[in-house]
Design a protein. Structure first.
Ligand SMILES: *[C@@H]1O[C@H](CO)[C@@H](O)[C@H](O)[C@H]1NC(C)=O
Ligand SMILES: *[C@@H]1O[C@H](CO)[C@@H](O)[C@H](O)[C@H]1NC(C)=O
Ligand SMILES: *[C@@H]1O[C@H](CO)[C@@H](O)[C@H](O)[C@H]1NC(C)=O
Ligand SMILES: *[C@@H]1O[C@H](CO)[C@@H](O)[C@H](O)[C@H]1NC(C)=O
Length: 355
């Protein structure tokens, strides 16, 4: 349930100008404005879609997960009843994380005749969804639908754009795995493979981007068709790389400077593809997108702050990739329920793929 908090009243002027109703935008057959019409509101940030679902919307592209789309996904995808978890262990990164988010604090203590425990951790540490109050348009300092810094960390404890709003219905629908890592290894078996496939290193974002052409080639190789409202899940090979490194190698990389990681490339064709198809975007890598960005914007700005599109990071896709290969099917029913913590910035994914 949403209640109008006093802080929202001070917000209203900016939210009202965020509404694009003054500009009549034609919707396509899926009920969304064409990519070419972004940003929707005059003077609004790059490619943003503020106001599409009203000035106070906090669901963003999750609005695409209509009951009809979820019901259709359950009918087309649940065939065998095989379930696969996508949750990396909460403490998988050990006592010091590669992504500089500390470690998972877990204390068990006697509480009389039984035991209790305390968890203490950064919500970015293991598999998680980023919420709409995690990442703003950096230059403009604006979050989804125009929300400001003071609404995230200011007095009054506003919970606007918090992840609890997503917990009301979860992130549920048709998941599509793009198994880039398996496809890349297949390319290496060819006679004269492109050098970039050999050099691909999930810890070198500068040279290891995944382009839209790559994504399309993987989908074609798998025989996977994308449908409107899908949840895109990309296996870049980051988990494989992480598991193949010693503790010393991981920590040496962490200490060598800013995080570098493989991921989706920030190109306009890629953004158009994401806009036209998906309700949420996730992967096994720390940031979904290639890091550092190879463009003048980050996907975090456009997806989270512009469209309200959940970004899922550090998913464990190893068992999922195995099952998809076994069933020769890279689509499945996905259910993910975020935690109900009002105002939270991210959440564990509690995700299951059901084939
Ligand atoms: C993590 O554990 C290793 C091995 O026990 C230890 O040498 C290191 O100091 C620990 N690091 C932190 C940050 O606690
Ligand atoms: C809530 O507001 C108080 C007072 O401004 C502040 O000290 C506290 O950190 C806020 N809590 C959260 C979770 O932001
Ligand atoms: C694992 O690491 C070794 C040594 O760095 C490397 O030669 C090998 O190619 C890696 N394997 C995979 C699957 O990444
Ligand atoms: C990025 O560059 C393109 C092309 O020069 C430009 O149209 C766009 O406005 C720029 N975006 C940002 C966020 O600066």
């Amino acid at each position: 349930m949403l209640t109008i908090h006093p802080i929202l009243i001070t917000l209203l002027p900016s939210l009202i100008t965020a509404h694009p109703s003054s500009k009549k935008t034609p919707l396509n057959s899926n009920g969304i404005p064409p990519f070419s019409s972004l940003p929707l509101g005059e003077g609004n940030p790059y490619l943003s879609a503020w106001g599409l679902y009203g000035p106070k919307d906090e669901l963003g592209t999750l609005n695409r997960l209509s009951p009809a789309i979820v019901a259709a996904a359950s009918k087309s995808e649940i065939k065998t009843g095989v379930r696969v978890s996508l949750n990396w262990a909460m403490n998988a990164q050990g006592n010091e994380s590669f992504i500089n988010r500390g470690s998972f604090g877990h204390k068990i203590y006697p509480a009389g005749p039984y035991y209790d425990e305390i968890w203490d951790y950064n919500s970015q540490l293991s598999s998680h969804w980023d919420s709409l109050r995690h990442f703003p348009y950096v230059a403009e300092r604006r979050f989804y639908n125009g929300v400001r810094d003071e609404d995230v960390v200011g007095k009054g404890n506003s919970t606007v754009n918090g992840i609890h709003v997503w917990s009301e219905k979860g992130i549920v629908g048709r998941g599509v795995l793009v198994d880039f890592e398996s496809w890349r290894l297949k390319q290496l078996e060819k006679k004269n493979p492109e050098e970039r496939f050999r050099r691909f290193d999930p810890f070198k974002g500068e040279t290891s981007g995944i382009s839209l052409e790559d994504v399309r080639a993987v989908l074609k190789w798998q025989g996977t068709k994308v449908r409107f409202g899908d949840i895109l899940i990309v296996r870049s090979g980051w988990t494989v790389g992480f598991n193949n490194k010693t503790r010393e190698e991981i920590l040496a990389l962490q200490r060598s400077g800013p995080i570098s990681a493989s991921g989706l490339e920030q190109s306009l064709p890629m953004m158009k593809f994401l806009w036209e198809n998906f309700a949420a975007v996730a992967g096994d890598m720390p940031g979904v997108e290639a890091n550092p960005s190879r463009s003048n914007f980050t996907m975090h700005e456009v997806l989270l702050a512009g469209w309200g599109c959940p970004m899922g990071e550090l998913f464990d896709l190893e068992a999922l990739a195995e099952e998809a290969k076994r069933q020769k099917r890279w689509s499945f029913f996905l259910t993910s329920e975020v935690i109900n913590l009002p105002g939270a910035l991210a959440s564990p994914i509690n995700a299951l793929a059901i084939f």
